[in-house]
Design a protein around this ligand. Structure first.
Ligand code: SAM
Length: 282
């Protein structure tokens, strides 16, 4: 008990001792390693999250932690990245996208891509998997692609998120975006009180850890890219680099979905807008 109080005091001390210079150091490393712009307003959150890492590593101040994460290839690098990422996600987030997918995008792709070539979808920044599992459900509910091979590449920089996507096991709270019918059809309750995604959905997913600013494991053209609520964390030059990269792995007639607060402005010669934050490669 006494130790906990002492530890708490040390942690509270840390809250006061992240200097501007050290915070700028973390901002620089986050940008270099992930493209993520840690806004000044995120400082309290960063102090809070990094305090836990100081405790775990037995370090006494943020400056020491900065020195650790500044070392190229240090094992703490992935913990650092997992700590700076924001993983908010849920099933059927921005539901309008899944209507467009079912009614317009997937039927058009099904006409263009001839079987047995699979329909290739990429959930870029998949977080814990709500987005790719929603995609898998929609693919199963779309008559034109239901019985066709579909591959959904699920990537995220955060290793824990990729693992969670691969597992496909969620709490009832995480499944709140699903109606009862879909929940019953696609998820089975487990002994631990969680819900396990059906193998028919899981078998469509290929899960890989990937920093979007490293080289991509993509050999074939991607028919649909969903990169939603990811660009907003990057600075404009990283956003531009990423969007140029997407254009290179898509053929005319392929589709790109961004989050509703993101835009393709300035890329009008490579994509045309077909719906709210839905674009077609031209
Ligand atoms: C807010 S979540 C969005 C999840 C999902 N796309 C959605 O809209 O619900 C953003 C995800 O982007 C991932 N991310 C951030 N920087 C990344 C990078 N450089 N490369 C790959 N993924 C990244 C984060 O780990 C996080 O899981």
């Amino acid at each position: 008990m006494q130790r906990n109080s002492a530890q708490k005091l040390v942690n509270d001390d840390h809250h006061d001792t992240m200097s501007d210079e050290v915070f700028r150091g973390f901002q620089r490393i986050a940008l270099e390693q992930t493209g993520i712009e840690l806004a000044d307003g995120k400082r309290a959150m960063i102090v809070n999250r990094f305090s836990r890492r100081l405790g775990a590593l037995g370090l006494s101040c943020f400056e020491e932690y900065l020195k650790v994460v500044a070392q190229p290839g240090h094992p703490e690098a992935s913990e650092f990245i997992d700590t700076v990422t924001t993983n908010l996600t849920y099933f059927y987030r921005e539901p309008h996208h899944f209507e467009v997918l079912k009614n317009t995008v997937l039927p058009a792709i099904a006409k263009r891509v001839t079987a047995p070539t699979p329909i290739r979808i990429w959930s870029a920044g998949c977080s814990s998997g709500a987005e790719p599992y929603t995609l898998a459900i929609v693919a199963n509910e779309t008559a034109q692609v239901k019985d066709r091979p579909v591959r959904i590449l699920c990537t995220d920089i955060d290793t824990k998120m990729v693992e969670s996507t691969h597992q496909g096991r969620y709490t009832a709270e995480q499944l709140r975006g699903l109606n009862d019918e879909r929940k019953k059809l696609w998820f089975s309750p487990t002994a631990s009180g969680r819900y396990q995604a059906d193998e028919k959905l899981r078998s469509l997913l290929i899960c890989k850890q990937l920093n979007l600013f490293d080289s991509w494991p993509i050999k074939n053209e991607v028919d649909v890219i969903m990169c939603r609520n990811v660009l907003i964390y990057f600075n404009p030059s990283y956003q531009k680099k990423l969007l140029q990269g997407f254009a290179k792995v898509q053929k005319p007639g392929a589709y790109l979905f961004l989050g509703h607060s993101e835009t393709l402005e300035g890329f009008s010669d490579t994509y045309r807008r077909i719906d709210n934050t839905v674009y077609e490669r031209i």
